[in-house]
Ligand binder design. Structure first.
Ligand code: AMP
Ligand code: GLY
Length: 419
């Protein structure tokens, strides 16, 4: 069968890599893809957000299944548009993807259905938000309502910080329309865990747990990024916690979406805080996480195409999904300056040496291939993933591989997966 993957980052590389292992797949396209992805798929020069072109391509090339990975095309209704043409597509419809694209929707859903999350207030009015910020106990968390590339969350430690954040979101519009409405919520403490779950709208199969590292520097210092690394499993996510999360969060969320007339089919991402009062939802995403996918999929034993098909055909309960009892760690190598400004186009060396290692796989986030050589082409450039029997060995292996790779001004965290 012919599969089209929409997107062009490390997550999509991991998806293409896993799909390429399916004996059922004869050809993979990826739009727009990237340098690394071009080894396994034919990259197609269509932007991930170009819905009409994507649908036309899928029709013209008799694509049997399109996997829509990033949030923007999901929020724009790419899955709806493909389905309207009678094409098979993996991912939630626009109505269901709203669980990520509107944080206010997500918070109201949780409130209505008693799903544990941080206390919050919503503001459309800058002055009212400012007034409120004078009265609260710090720290507080300020979130832009809409999609903001994972960067629309600011933790304010005092009134001044809150004022600055509110001004940048609501007056200076640094996140555009996404920041016109904000949520101010209670600051939660505890351990963060990511749980991705396959769901066909009725049945739910949680994947193995993972954790990502969002801050740019070691010890979780510096600005938030799209993710500087990840590991799986989480040390905190015991069987007991997993059961509690399934009963109090995962199942109620899927049921709530069905009751709201927005049945969710695809992968639902649960960003959780394990607090002293129990697990609470920090955020939902309507898709696979990045870089969590780069550590979760290498542990999946089952053919992912079979799972995607079962989700699309609403028969997820009939398939047995198996995982390896091992661990994976992904260290992201970023361009100098990221998550701020950075330069592109530096040659990358050492990849061939790493690729010889059966325990390591390098997923490309931002690379270009020119005349057989790789060049940097994004803020996050590579995700070096190592798989081993346990987390400590996977950490060791990942950093051993990282030490062989080089490009100018490369930077990365040294503490991925260590705690
Ligand atoms: P989000 O995009 O909502 O996951 O937020 C990004 C990051 O901000 C999360 O991964 C947390 O580290 C942090 N964060 C978000 N909401 C809260 C909260 N209520 N309390 C503490 N930290 C939070
Ligand atoms: N790793 C966070 C995200 O995918 O949004």
């Amino acid at each position: 069968m012919k599969v089209l993957v929409v997107g062009g980052g490390g997550r999509e590389h991991a998806l293409v890599w896993k799909i390429s292992q399916s004996p059922r797949v004869s050809k993979i396209y990826c739009a727009p893809g990237n340098g690394g992805i071009s080894e396994l798929a034919e990259c197609v020069d269509i932007a991930a957000t170009n819905v009409p072109e994507m649908v036309r391509f899928a029709k013209e090339h008799d694509i049997d299944m399109t996997v829509v990975a990033p949030e923007d095309p999901l929020a724009m209704g790419m899955v709806d548009a493909l389905k309207d043409e009678g094409l098979k597509a993996f991912g939630p419809t626009k109505d269901a993807a709203v669980i990520e694209s509107s944080k206010v929707f997500a918070k109201r859903l949780m409130q209505k259905y008693g799903i544990p999350t941080a206390e919050y207030r919503t503001f459309d009015d800058y002055h009212k938000a400012l007034e409120y910020a004078e009265t609260v106990r710090y720290p507080i968390v300020i979130k832009a309502e809409g999609l903001a590339l994972g960067k629309g969350v600011i933790i304010a430690n005092n009134t001044d910080g809150a004022k600055q954040a509110l001004k940048s979101m609501m007056v200076d519009n640094v996140f555009g329309h996404a920041g016109q409405r904000v949520i101010i919520e209670e600051y939660l403490t505890g351990s963060e865990v990511t749980v991705l779950a396959f769901t066909d709208g009725k049945s739910i199969v949680p994947m193995v747990s993972s954790q990502d590292h969002k801050r740019v520097y070691d010890n979780d210092e510096g600005a938030n990024t799209g993710g500087m690394g990840a590991f799986s499993p989480s040390r905190m996510y015991t069987a007991k916690v997993a059961e509690q999360v399934e009963e109090t969060i995962i199942k109620p969320t899927i049921e709530a979406m069905a009751k709201e007339g927005r049945p969710f089919q695809g992968v639902l991402y649960f960003g959780l805080m394990l607090t002293e009062q129990g697990p609470k939802v920090l955020e939902y995403n309507a898709r696979f996480g990045d870089p969590e996918t780069q550590v979760v999929l290498p542990r999946l034993k089952t053919d992912i195409v079979d799972i995607f098909e079962a989700v699309i055909d609403k028969r997820l309960d009939q398939i047995d999904i198996q995982w390896d009892d091992n661990a994976a760690v992904c260290v992201v190598l970023a361009s100098g300056g990221y998550p701020g400004e950075y330069k592109k186009g530096y040659p990358i060396t050492g990849l061939d040496r790493v690729m010889e290692d059966p325990q390591t796989v390098v997923f490309h986030s931002g690379t270009r291939k020119i005349d057989g050589e790789y060049y940097t082409n994004g803020g996050r450039v590579l995700g070096v993933t190592a798989v081993a029997d346990d987390l400590d060995s996977a950490v060791k292996k990942a950093y051993e591989s990282v030490s062989k790779i080089h490009f100018q001004d490369m930077h990365y965290r040294r503490d991925i997966g260590r705690k």
